[in-house]
Design a protein around this ligand. Structure first.
Ligand code: NAD
Ligand code: TYD
Length: 330
């Protein structure tokens, strides 16, 4: 099978390429990536795949030829950071909505299998003190320019399935952690702050809850859906990893030999979602998927180790990212 991986130089896409080369050696992997600030070719393996530097939001012949040559598309490419979307929404509209539209049109024209990678943030948030979880029937109610652009892209995929019979599936996953995540995101930002001798920063109270899943578990679910699901199905992916942001920061500080209280509160994010939680029963019962990283603390240790051992991968991006956060007052 020739599989196009859009956004394959980003966090989840690059880990997908590593996993697929290991677990599906008979696949040919073709990476398409614009190499925005979030894309990094050093995240990819040294060899074993094809690479095309292309913008999915711009119609062009090379993009069409690559899509024409494949059997399936796994669509990760997106602008992905909520804070950036609040500062500057346009790139999110362009890559996440127009980019998905262009890919859907190419998949329709050339009759390709399409898997759309999305987020649980399309559902908005849950109350902090409830035990509710998102399911496949939760209504969409996105909060930020990022989550609304992802919600729009999901709607496009649903319409292409219904109106054109596109052989497509959708997955909505909770917050990922693991190696190769950009240092603008919560966990790598705090790990690298501590490694550089500064204090982790919690937005607002720090009591917001995220449902963490290891990136390899997300990607094993995507492979399962790609291989086993029928057209038009959509799945929530999660691994029961609910933690408050403060709990995560305290774990990181302890692991790195600091006092658990050595953090600061900073100004809260506008429209900050309170809590996400996933019920992944459908994926588990209909496709038999199970997460491998059931122990969040062990996964966090592995992630800390990766950042400790790969400083050359993150230090340039760290400088730029922290300058940007400083300009925003964080
Ligand atoms: P990321 O920002 O680390 O990587 C995105 C990649 O897409 C980058 O390599 C970037 O260069 C590329 N890209 C962006 N715009 C492009 C364009 N117009 N054309 C081609 N390439 C482009 O993001 P990530 O965390 O790896 O997320 C990947 C996908 O998974 C996204 O669709 C995101 O919405 C979804 N998702 C992420 C999470 C999470 O916790 N990170 C959770 C659920 C779903
Ligand atoms: P983030 O990694 O940006 O993911 P998302 O917005 O998709 O959930 O943030 C995760 C949580 O961490 C979110 O509640 C915001 C919070 N956060 C902080 O408290 N401090 C930080 O420096 C960052 C980047 C995020």
């Amino acid at each position: 099978m020739r599989v196009v991986v859009t956004g394959g130089a980003g966090f989840i896409g690059a880990n997908f390429v590593h996993l697929a080369l290991k677990e599906r050696p008979d696949w040919t992997i073709i990476v398409i990536d614009k190499l925005t600030y979030a894309g990094n070719k050093d995240s990819l393996p040294d060899s074993g795949y094809e690479f095309y530097k292309l913008d999915i939001a711009i119609q062009n012949q090379e993009l069409e030829q690559v899509i024409k040559s494949c059997d399936a598309i796994v669509h990760f490419a997106a602008e992905s950071h909520n804070d950036n979307s609040l500062e500057s929404p346009w790139p999110f509209i362009e890559s996440n909505i127009i980019g998905t539209f262009r890919l859907l049109e190419l998949a329709r024209k050339h009759h390709k299998r399409f898997h759309h990678v999305s987020t649980d943030e399309v559902y908005g948030d849950l109350e902090l003190d409830s035990s509710d979880k998102f399911t496949e029937t939760t209504p969409y109610k996105p909060s930020s320019p990022y989550s609304s652009s992802k919600a729009c892209s999901d709607m496009l995929v649903l319409a292409w399935i219904r109106s054109y019979g596109l052989d497509a599936t959708i997955s909505n996953c909770s917050n990922n952690y693991g190696p190769r995540q950009h240092v603008e995101k919560f966990i790598p930002r705090q790990i690298t702050e501590i490694l550089q001798g500064r204090q982790p920063r919690l937005y607002g109270s720090g009591l917001q809850v995220r449902d963490w899943i290891h990136v390899d578990d997300h990607n094993s679910a995507v492979i399962k859906i790609l291989e086993s699901s029928t057209m038009g199905e959509y799945y929530l992916i999660g691994a029961n990893g609910e933690q408050t942001n403060m709990q995560v920061v305290k774990k990181l500080l302890k692991s790195l030999g600091k006092s658990e209280d050595d953090f600061v509160h900073v100004e809260d994010r506008a429209g900050h979602d309170l809590r996400y939680a996933i019920d992944s029963t459908k994926l588990q019962t209909t496709l038999g998927w199970r997460p491998r990283y059931s122990d969040f603390d062990a996964g966090l240790e592995q992630t800390i180790e990766w950042y400790r051992n790969n400083q050359e991968w993150w230090e340039d991006a760290k400088r730029v990212t922290e300058n940007n956060y400083l300009k925003k007052g964080h």
